[in-house]
Design a protein around this ligand. Sequence first.
Ligand code: GDP
Ligand code: MN
Length: 353
Amino acid sequence: LGFYSKGIEFKAPEYYNDVTQNKVKRENATLFSLVRNSELDGMLSSIKYVEERFNNRFHYDWVFMNDKPFTEYFKGNVSAAVSGRAIFSEIPKEFWDIPDSIDKDEMKKDMDFMAREQVLYARKVTYRQMCRFNSGFFYKMPVMNTYQYYWRVEPFIRFYCDIAEDPFKIMREEKRAYGFTMAMLEDRKTIRQLWSNTLEFFESEHPEYVGKRNSIKFITHDSETHTFEPRNYNLCHYWSNFEIADLNFFRSKEYEDYFQYLDATGNFFYERWGDAPIHSLAVSYLLPFEKIHYFANTGYYHKPNFDCPSDPDIFNALHCKCEPARSFTNLAYSCVPRFLLAEKADLEENTKV
Ligand code: GDP
Ligand code: MN
């Protein structure tokens, strides 16, 4: 841990070399992980994949956030593992604590109910706090103020393929606001009220917020009738454990008002709303397909699913190490095929004369 000294930043030698020799051009962007001290092993494993497959060519900053102070041990190990600067930031209580308005008895009752229904993390309060933080607070952290784009990385994720092009560059050049690599179905039991609350917000309270061009088709394509049912949520969501996005999308009045509206219901705690469906519903109402980028062929893994390119040319070019036959991306539970279908339908509708 020789390189690490007290401060919150660490720059690997190649960082200085590449910058001074002008070898890399970085975007205004950072990698970002919300993580606990106890997840050091998983974090180091993720860092290894991200560095090998991508960041060792760019040395982007990496912001680590925690609701507790990071230990010196955690900071030292992580700082030594990243090829750019490691920046550690503690989450203020007002971004994390359960609001006073939450009725603890009701929350307990609702959690018991969810436990009987075998909902994952049914009784986990910190999981709810994490989902709420990822929905309405991570982008308000002062440490994020200077960045435009972030790439979210969780512990124990993997990339089975090279990330050949800088995703941040793609985001900027193609004017994208939201990027994903996997999409799937949410467990309805965790978001019973989310859809009706969302309809209230976007259709009754703020119809003026809904994008003239939007991507609502992604969340309303019915795979049985093969039609788009504007008032039926199909449970599709972008899997936000991988997420590359423009912070200005989350900083917008429209997104903030949506988050505040949802937060006022208390359902982050009475139910167990994930940040993934919330990000996805907001993206679908507010952004057209042109603003959304599908990062294909990443070979991304987050338990229990992974992507793996089936095209042998792509597989070889990206040095993938995975089994294409077991790729999740094109399975029935995946929402990627539905994204592509919805995008195509939208394009056809909007190019009609
Ligand atoms: P899952 O992917 O839905 O099963 O949830 P995870 O356990 O992977 O949590 C999502 C992200 O939030 C991961 O990056 C975790 O490290 C992080 N996380 C979850 N709970 C906490 C917490 O209580 N404190 C902190 N600091 N990070 C958390
Ligand atoms: Mn996870």
